[in-house]
Design a protein around this ligand. Sequence first.
Ligand code: HEM
Length: 120
Amino acid sequence: MSKVFTAEEVAQHNTRDDLYIVYKGKVYDCSQYLDEHPGGEEVIMDCAGTDATEPFEDIGHSEDAHEILASLEVGELKGGVPAKPVVSAASSSSSDSSSLPLVALAGLILAVGAFLFLRT
Ligand code: HEM
């Protein structure tokens, strides 16, 4: 059974010789890999003890990179992947209504334009 870490525990592994990162709810010990990282150690050090899912994904790491990462797994994060915020019906309908004044304004400009055009 893999070890379960709290976010606070992971955060304590934040030095060059003892460096954990979280990726998609799993915890990885990158200490031994820093020297070999093609992107340099600095970028991984910046993520030390934190969730590196976004920066790791942003780079578009290769299949190889994912395999190396998998080999460094030491456990999982308590609570796992934080839930994505659900876009509620209320907030999506409010964004619809917020574009209403814009539509009205565009209509008004068109009407004024047509009026001026027809008058000449
Ligand atoms: C233990 C975790 C990581 C592993 C195993 C890993 C592995 C790799 C590998 C194998 C490459 C070579 C290109 C590829 O195959 O995709 C690479 C490149 C790179 N990585 Fe990571 N990486 C890790 C974490 C990170 C993190 C957290 C960042 C944060 C920004 C990062 C930034 C980069 C960058 C910028 C490159 C591009 C280097 C270049 O093309 O010059 N990596 N990584």
